[in-house]
Design a protein around this ligand. Structure first.
Ligand SMILES: Cc1ncc(COP(=O)(O)O)c(C=O)c1O
Length: 379
């Protein structure tokens, strides 16, 4: 059987990884400034993560959510501590789309309403409601299309005030990435997030902070929405949560009460995923990775801003984007083929950096050096 061909891939086979480095099947070493799409939070194959998962595997990998699973409670407690939201509650699932699907569904159950506000260039996943709230018609199947999602322009306070004044009592939820990832690294302004908080409070709508890519310490704070000093009602998480082990979840405000069978999952919160999730949070604390991400992000952004050929350097912590002029439109490919560096992209001509939060100063400096060379010697 062949694989269903949905990914345009690089012809590279990675067989080994450590920290911010990966190696292919013929031993070529690469610097990973892409973090496997923002997934690698504490570094590839971190020894503590490997040990936690291996130890758990020796005991039990899975049993259904019909029994008590203490490691889920351990993860919830640790997550409450690290995110500084011990009063929230945790529902575990397996991916980012599933986290947003559950967040939106929960908001609708809670409010009894149907309408959702999302934003231009947003990406929330590929399942039914998550994709309906994603601003990319090419990935929305006819069955997923709905009039219930209203897309507003990015960082436009007037548009928000207007829609709430007109339809506020019908709005179940607003879903917003604190920093848009797939859309090309666009930071939500503090004022916009504060306005959303005010409007949601006034009209009884649920504020969902999609933190799948920008959360889990990547921005230098646990949630990028924290920079605005607001608290959302639901935070969706995945990617960095397991450092490559599939796990997602939503953190839910105590304002939203649970009831049995409202949400559910077979695999979500399995023992092995929780062990991976705990290892990530333990390493984040032990190695002060949030603080490190902020420091490394400032270093990278200052260095990038000093390179005249690239423009509009933006982001927070280790979630960085910059524009590349048309004449350098092969820069990403060139960084990979000639300098052995993985980066991310967004169209048109945007490079995204999403490395491990444990990126070393040496590796950051190597990246800047290589980028300068790639620009100076572009073919
Ligand atoms: C902001 C955001 N939300 C949701 C998702 C979907 O996550 P997953 O691919 O794990 O379903 C992504 C994936 O890139 C994302 O960037």
């Amino acid at each position: 059987m062949k694989l269903f061909n949905v990914y345009p891939i690089n012809d590279i086979t990675i067989t080994r990884a450590r920290g911010s480095r990966v190696w292919d099947d013929i031993g070529t070493e690469y610097l990973d400034m892409y973090g496997g799409h923002a997934v690698i939070s504490i570094g590839h194959q971190h020894p503590h993560w490997v040990k936690r998962i291996t130890d758990q595997l020796d005991k039990i990998a899975f049993y259904s959510n019909s029994i008590r699973i203490p490691i889920q409670e351990e993860l919830a407690t640790k997550l409450g501590e690290v995110s500084n939201k011990p009063h929230f509650e945790l529902f575990l699932c397996n991916s980012g789309a599933e986290a947003n699907e559950n967040a939106l569904k929960l908001a609708s159950f809670h409010t009894g309403r149907k309408k959702v506000i999302a934003f231009k260039k947003s990406f929330h996943g590929r399942t039914s409601l998550a994709v309906a709230a994603t601003d990319n018609p090419s990935i929305v199947a006819p069955v997923n299309a709905t009039d219930n999602v209203l897309f507003l322009p990015w960082n436009d306070a007037e548009a928000i005030t207007k829609i709430f004044a007109e339809q506020g009592h019908e709005i179940a939820a607003v879903i917003i990435e604190g920093i848009q990832g797939v859309g090309g690294i666009h930071v939500a302004s503090n004022e916009l997030l504060q306005l959303l908080r005010t409007c949601c409070d006034k009209y009884g709508s649920v504020l969902i902070a999609d933190s799948v890519q920008c959360g889990y310490g990547r921005s230098g704070k646990f949630f990028s929405h924290d920079h605005a000093g607001i608290e959302a009602d639901i935070y969706s998480m995945a990617k960095g949560m397991g450092n490559g082990f599939p796990i997602g979840g939503i953190m839910i405000s105590p304002k939203i009460p649970s009831r049995h069978f409202m949400l559910g999952t077979t695999f979500g919160g399995n023992h092995l995923a929780c062990a991976a999730g705990l290892a990530v949070l333990e390493v984040m604390q032990q190695e002060s990775l949030m603080h490190h991400a902020a420091t490394m992000g400032n270093y990278l952004m200052n260095e990038l801003k000093a390179i005249p050929e690239i423009h509009n350097v933006r982001g927070m912590g280790l979630m960085i984007g910059f524009d590349v002029p048309e004449k350098l439109n092969n820069l990403k490919k060139n960084l990979l083929s000639s300098y052995k560096i993985f980066t991310g992209e967004a169209k048109p001509n945007v490079i995204r950096l999403l490395p491990s939060l444990a990126l070393t100063e040496e590796d950051a400096a190597i990246f800047i050096q290589s980028l300068k060379q790639a620009i100076a010697h572009h073919p």
